[in-house]
Every structure is written in C-alpha cells, then in structure tokens.
Ligand binder design. Structure first.
Ligand code: MG
Length: 376
C-alpha cells in the first residue's frame, strides 16, 4: 500500500520504536512486512496447523485449526485496516502471531498449564506468544527469537498481569500507565473475536453438536438466516449456513469499520500518540456489540460446554498435566536442547515452554512414549 494512503493515526514503519537488536533496514520491504514474513517462516507458525482451536485436529479435516484461525483473523483485520487507512502489514503480522504461544488442545491445555505453573508465576498464552517471538524461536545467528519491532511485540501482548507488565519493560508499559496500543493492535484483537465467533458457528454446526434451530434464538444468526431463507429459499444446509455466516461476517466488518471511523474522528485523534491516550477506538456499535455478546454466550453454553467437547478437554488437561509433572520430576527425560536450558533457570519454566510448544498429536505421542506400557 502506498504510504500516502495511510491515515495519520496509523502506525508508520519509519516511526517504529525499533527492534531490540538493531538491524539494517530492509531493502525492498517495510519493517512491518519483514516482521510478518519472519512470523510466517517461524517454526511456531507451522506448528499451529496441528493445534486445536475448538476441535482436536484428528476429529476432522475440515475443522479450524489455530493456523486457519490465524489466517482468517488476518484476512478480517486487513479488510478493516484498508477501510480505515491503517497499516495492513502491522495488523497482519500481529494477527498471524497472536496465537503462537497457545498450548496443545486449546484452552483446556492452557488452563492445565496455568495450574501447573501456579507457584512459578502462572502461564498466560499471550505472554507465551511474546516469549516465542522474543526468545524461543532459534533461527538467527545474532539473537534468540525473531527480533520483531516494538509495535508488533506490543500488539501480540493483548493482556498481561500487572506483575508481568512490571517485568517486561517497554512492551509492558502501557498496562502500567493505562495507555492503549496502536489501532492495528486493537483491530487484530477484535478481528480475532469476529473470526472465532463465526467459524465456531460453522464448525459447531458441521460437528452436529449445535443445530440451526437452536441458533434461531440468537439474534445475530437468526436475522441473517431469515434474510437468506427469504431471498434464496430451499438451499441445502451447507450452503444455507455458509450464506448466513458470510453475511454475518460482512455485517460485523462493516459495522466495525463504520463505528471505528466515527469514534476516531469523534475523539479528534490524528496521531499514534493520540491513539495511545484515547479510550479504545476500534469497536462495534452498541447494538452489534450486544448481539455478539449474545452469540458468545450461546457458544459458551452450547458448544464449548458440550459434553463431547468437555470429554475431550478433560482428557487433554490430564495429558498436559501428566507431561508437565513427568518432566519436572525428572528433567533428564527432556530432549537435549531443553535439558541444557534447565541449567539456566527453574525446570518448571523450561518444561512449560516445551509442553506449550507441542502440537496436539506430538503431545499425545509423547504421552504414549512416557506412559504406555505396550507402545514403548
Ligand atoms: Mg485467536
């Protein structure tokens, strides 16, 4: 995108607060494009293909994984960024990286690891995403991690406890001073929500765990479904769902773009500094926000708490806990490169990094290697 199309409140790569390890400027790309490219080439990004979003990878080939989820987030974020004159490269980089720190087995894995790490400062997947790009990726001769720009790193750190903010230095500052991140970061955050609400409807229906008739009680779904039924009668379910979901995404993206534009102009914000001091500016209108809340509530009650999902997540939590305990009890069971790190710090953090990095299927295999008597 030519620079002159960017709004004055967008993040400009030439005004970046820079990288932790100074590097020469790229010849043909902007600094934020380089960040996006480094994320795509990282090992942690490829592992997202085999990490659970809601459904465990082996449950079906058409369900979202963390990789396809992240790509959908980036697609939505870029559409809105273009509409608002924001920096597409930065919002794409943040979107693609936002889940790099997720454990295997989705939120069940994260809760289990957080419990395991309770006496060691806990485990937060946002913070872990930052650890991945700051320390855990090993690709470059001169530094650990991907050495991303401040703005990308700050955007990845969506939430953070006060204690951790104090330990993090520059990227933790905004939590302590109650300031906002860039609009690109705010946007990636809302795009995440648009993506999962919609693909979870789609995956939920595909799995048969929720039905169209239950969703008729959810306003956001019902009003778009009725529109499709009225204009395109007699569609088979697959097309009916797809036509409904694409309309919902369109409504959300349009509402988000229009409302955010009004808020930015209403607040008189015309610089990145202005963005940081203003209240959150990227968001839905009140009516659409309420509809999204209703949908989220429905998905929590009917999909995420469905016994089939809970049965899987309970098993996943046991696997994560068992792996953690076994490695902490005897770090000699860790692969060599992780064992070496045990000498540098508490074994719990090294083990948490190792377990968090696992894909679902690797975690299952590792569990079998450690505990199955007949599969040694
Ligand atoms: Mg996400």
């Amino acid at each position: 995108m030519p620079m002159d199309k960017l709004a004055p409140y967008s993040a400009q790569p030439q005004c970046s607060r820079g990288r932790r390890h100074p590097e020469a400027a790229p010849a043909l790309r902007s600094e934020f494009q380089r960040d996006r490219d480094r994320i795509i080439h990282s090992t942690a990004f490829r592992r997202l293909e085999y990490k659970t979003q809601v459904f465990v990878n082996h449950e079906g080939d058409h369900f979202r994984t963390r990789l396809t989820h992240s790509i959908e987030v980036a697609q939505i974020a870029r559409s809105v960024a273009r509409g608002l004159g924001l920096n597409e490269d930065l919002t794409e980089a943040i979107s693609l990286a936002h889940d790099l720190g997720h454990t295997p087995f989705g939120h069940a894995g994260q809760h289990a690891l957080n419990e395991c790490m309770r006496d060691q400062g806990g485990f937060e997947h946002n913070l872990q995403s930052l650890r991945v790009v700051d320390y855990l990726e090993q690709r470059y001769a001169a530094f650990d991690g991907l050495n991303l720009c401040f703005e990308t790193r700050e955007g990845i750190l969506k939430h953070c406890s006060t204690r951790n903010a104090q330990l993090l230095g520059d990227v933790g500052e905004r939590f302590l001073r109650n300031r906002r991140p860039s609009l690109e970061a705010q946007l990636a955050n809302v795009a995440d929500e648009i993506a999962y609400n919609n693909h979870d409807i789609d995956d939920g229906l595909r799995s048969g765990l929720i039905g169209i008739d239950e969703l008729r009680n959810v306003n956001l779904f019902a009003r778009h479904l009725e529109e499709v039924e009225a204009t395109l009668p007699g569609l088979p379910q697959k097309r009916l769902v797809s036509e409904t979901v694409r309309r919902i995404i369109n409504t959300l993206v349009t509402d988000l773009t229009t409302t955010s534009r009004q808020r930015i102009h209403g607040a008189g914000v015309d610089s990145v500094d202005g963005v940081r001091d203003a209240p959150p500016l990227i968001g839905f209108s009140d009516a659409v926000r309420d509809e999204c809340q209703e949908l989220k509530h429905f998905l929590r009650q009917n999909l995420y708490a469905h016994y089939v999902v809970l049965r899987m997540t309970a098993k996943a939590a046991r696997i994560v806990k068992a792996l953690f305990d076994a490695f902490v009890e005897d770090p000699r069971l860790l692969p060599d490169e992780h064992q070496r790190r045990v000498a540098e710090g508490p074994p719990q953090r090294v083990v948490a990094d190792y377990v968090a990095g696992m894909t679902d299927r690797f975690a299952i295999k590792e569990y079998q290697r450690l505990f199955a008597v007949d599969d040694a």
